[in-house]
Design a protein around this ligand. Structure first.
Ligand code: ADP
Ligand code: MG
Length: 313
């Protein structure tokens, strides 16, 4: 991929129906499938920041594609192609100029190349599937208060960032405002049934184990990861994004030390900056200084490079 300064915060595709606008993605209906566009939006504390992060959408897209292919022998996924030339209406020369972003004057296909996937449209399971190999984030918080996470009991004396004896599955739902809320397994079973729940658990653990083993060889600990699964007919397939800095906690193996938070390959600069401004974490968020943006782009590109062994740019 050539270096370029495209930043896409919003999209507007003429002639296509918007299926969903998430915090990061704009998703359009397309011929029975979905056009799945990762913008350069970044959300912190569940609020989308007004400043875009160059390359973020491209890293999320390329890294997800990398993993969908790598994990294909374990599970089918929604991935069809990221080749914009194969997405007729938006990819072709006739698609016209992009009426959005800092890409005015460029064609739609230029604006979307590298950040767009054609995916199978599914009926998403209403549960976020989280697998944790290490004790961090909301799980650590809950553990400190209750000695476990929801209905999972953990051994006493674990420290922040400690490795768990085996990966655990901790489901969550999206509460109001996009906040994730941990739920007990029995709640997940009430929502989706015992069989589907078991299948989601087994498949989530299987890809977590596979990806963790691979990442560790490349010097990265996958502390935890969030997956989404969707029904394609009767079949449960892996959807959304997978093992990206937005959906997983990546820690450098070098310097890993339990008993404290670990440095990570993600939004830490943005979080730290926003905390330092005294912003009250309700929208709108303040814009980000260039330096914070630049360092965050570097973090995303570095995660891609370390995991895939290739430079995106
Ligand atoms: N194959 C698919 N079929 C249907 N919905 C999907 C598929 N893949 C992802 N989604 C949905 O598309 C949205 C992706 O947008 P995103 O910006 O990541 O949203 P969020 O703010 O919820 O994280 C999510 O709501 C996700 O559930
Ligand atoms: Mg998402």
């Amino acid at each position: 991929m050539k270096k370029d300064d495209t930043v896409v915060l919003e999209t507007a595709l003429p002639n296509l129906t918007l299926f969903k606008k998430g915090k990061v993605r704009d998703v359009y209906e397309y011929d029975g499938n979905l056009i799945f566009i990762a913008t350069d939006r970044i959300s912190v504390f569940d609020v989308v920041v007004p400043t875009g992060i160059p390359y973020k959408g491209k890293v999320l897209t390329a890294l997800s594609e990398f993993w969908f292919k790598k994990l294909a022998h374990v599970t089918p996924s929604h991935f069809i192609t990221s080749d914009i030339g194969k997405m007729g209406a938006v990819g072709g020369k006739d698609a016209g100029l992009a009426p959005f972003g800092n890409v005015l004057g460029r064609t739609i296909s230029d604006a979307l190349r590298g950040r767009t996937m054609l995916v199978k449209k599914t009926c998403p399971m209403p549960v976020e599937c989280v697998v944790r190999g290490y004790l961090a984030g909301s799980a650590f918080k809950e553990y400190e208060e209750t000695g476990g996470i929801q209905d999972i009991k953990l051994p006493r004396g674990l420290r922040q960032s400690d490795k768990l004896s085996e990966p655990i599955f901790t489901p969550a739902t999206k509460a109001e405002g996009g906040h994730d809320l941990n739920i007990p397994m029995k709640r997940m079973i009430e929502m989706v049934g015992k069989e589907v729940a078991q299948e989601a658990v087994d498949k989530s653990i299987a890809i977590f184990v596979e990806a963790s083993r691979y990442a560790l060889e490349r010097g990265i600990i996958i502390a935890d990861a969030k997956f989404e699964w969707g029904f394609l007919g009767e079949e449960l397939i892996l959807i959304d994004e997978v093992f990206t800095p937005d959906s997983s906690r990546f820690w450098p193996l070098d310097g890993y030390q339990p008993g404290r938070p670990q440095p990570s390959f993600d939004k830490q600069y943005v979080r730290d900056y926003l905390e330092s401004t005294g912003w009250d974490k309700t929208p709108p968020a303040p814009p980000l200084p260039d330096e914070v943006v630049r360092k965050t782009t570097e973090k995303y590109l570095e995660a891609y490079r370390l995991l895939t062994g290739k430079d995106l740019v």
